[in-house]
Design a protein around this ligand. Sequence first.
Ligand code: F6P
Length: 375
Amino acid sequence: MAKTKRIGILTAGGDSPGLNAAIRGVGKTALGYYGMEILGFRDGFRGIVEDRRLKLDKSKLAGILTIGGTILGTSRDKPHRMLIDGRTRDMTSVIVENYGKLGLDALVCLGGGGTQKNALHLANAGLNVITLPKTIDNDVVLTDATFGFATALDIATEAIDRLHSTAHSHHRIIVAEIMGHRAGWLTLGAGIAGGADVILIPEIPYDVAKIADAIRRRSRHSANFSIVAVAEGAMSIDDARAFKAAEGKRERARTLHDKKEAKVELAALESRHTGNTMRLARQLEELTHLESRVTILGYVQRGGTPSPADRLLATRLGGACADLIHENVSGVMVAARGDGTEPVPLEKVAGKRKTVPPDHSWVETARRVGTCLGD
Ligand code: F6P
């Protein structure tokens, strides 16, 4: 008789709505449909290092579909660079050892871009790893979507809807900061769905003077208020140039000294970027003479009940993940493809990011309805 398969599961990186739905999707299919055993590890990769395990039986998997966050907890710990007793250590061999000791046949890692990279690292160390794509940023390559995005899109759109009425009443500019350091999907999607007048994303550096012109034109011809949807990582043309130069320096650096110098320069630019949304609002107030206010949506976008679309996606991906484990497939991410799913080799996903192409149809759509993209 074939041995009962035993799988481990963990959630890593920033949390997002739909993680519990995915845990349940993997767990119920693995347990109920295939008769496997399933162990959860708490707080990301640290959970398997420190053997913080928890048996996921039927009762643990019940009632979690609609709950936000992750019942397993999460962290941004990396297997090969983990802070242990005040020291950064490579814990890969400990993970490999614990995987073996626990008799695991596969390890399921739920996460975004960083997790895909860490998962590949463990696959290269010999583990049977399988991942699911999660993040509100929707920036994982080779999948139609990531779970978490649809819910965050609902939340950010609702926020923009609500900001409209107050901006209108006070004849103000309201600058709404939406999450996304490197990818603008959430800001662009919510900006279009919420009818923002200006949408600023990291992929399209902006010129403040052009934004102010668009707002002034609006004040003269249509409405004396404006909503600006700005991604966390959006930046002016000058700042984008400075970042690019510093990143180039870091990539070209050969000596330890040059590497350190480039790192310090990048850190200084990043710290200057904090507060960018406040600065932008101030600049727009000065240039347009319209009162400006800022709303930072922040972690509200990551919390709470997942939307039906995310529950459906997470359950579909979770079920497909259990199927693949049953078929002894590993070293892949379970991607969403049309109505179905598809295993994609981790090598093709790790270290890559799906950003918004400047000629993407959403960008064109926004431009054609008269939205200013800051360029
Ligand atoms: O990756 C998801 C995300 O919410 C980004 O949109 C955001 O920039 C980042 O995580 C925030 O990270 P943290 O939770 O570490 O503050």
